[in-house]
Design a protein around this ligand. Sequence first.
Ligand code: PMP
Length: 358
Amino acid sequence: MARVFNFSAGPATLPESVLAQVRDDMLDWQGSGMSVMEMSHRGPEFVSIAEQATQDLRTLLAVPDNYRILFLQGGATAQFAGVPLNLPGDRADYIVTGNWGKKAHKEAGKYLDARVAATGDDGFTSIPAQSDWDLDAASRYVHITPNETIQGVEFPNDPDLGSDVPLVADMSSNFLSRPVDVSRYGVIYAGAQKNAGPAGICMVIVRDDLLGHAAPATPMVLDWQAQLEADSMLNTPSCFAWYVCGLVFRWLLDNGGLETMAATNARKASRLYDFIDQSDFYRNPVDPAARSRMNVPFLLADDGLDKTFLSEAGEAGLSSLKGHRSVGGMRASIYNAMPEAGVEALIDFMRDFEQRNG
Ligand code: PMP
């Protein structure tokens, strides 16, 4: 069996040791005589899996005691509605720095006056300076997308709003890639299928004072307080995805936690950006100060070579490098589970391709 280096933006590559553990547990999880997929979510076995995963996530991210952690279905997209429904008000401010922020903003507009308080340039290649954000002091919250998966644009650090207005972040594509000062945020949410596990589950981390205010028409599965009271099991949760996330959290803890992950991720990203920058054959259009350490889009000087690049990369065991259809070109997603050897293999291939076609 040959595993490829998989640069998919999500669902994305998972640590091989996690997959091996899933395989070993498949028919008989810890002597229970059944797989995790077959257990009652109310039984002691699954409850222990869920509790351990929640505790490990709290440890990993250093989540303060006054925040709750939920594991919900519906992906990050459900929370595009969940946020304004749980934080109802007249208006909210959105900092739109790419396609996902745009979607979050559009969905919120169904429930309140969603303002675009700041946005990147046309092609979303930068992060507007905080001093240029046109925030409304009466807004219920400020929403950001710290990493835009499609454009490869990332906030360099956790913004400090310096006000009582809660900061809400869709961290789907850089969750657990580095330490985060959770106390800067009122709400953090993140779909699992990039850095945390398989698709089908979304983690929501909410500060206590933001719970219990849901609009009356909020669907009960989206009501954070109702889900908290039910331990995220108001209905059947995404049991298997929750379990795999738990294994990924363990893998992170066993491998030095988020500080170590951040250092490795910075190294991987700068190797790739440095290579792209020294070449006239490849180009990354993003402002260097806002470049994502997770998703690295790049264009070939001659886009007539895109197809050949992708097919030869595939033959070399480098998979899923096609850029999002809205921006074209290539995109290498290099999440936590992408080993440094994968980035080196990509650079070697790119160098060789350039020599043969440049
Ligand atoms: N936000 C971001 C930043 C994403 O990258 C994605 C998925 N690519 C989403 C939201 C949507 O996530 P889901 O498909 O889990 O709803």
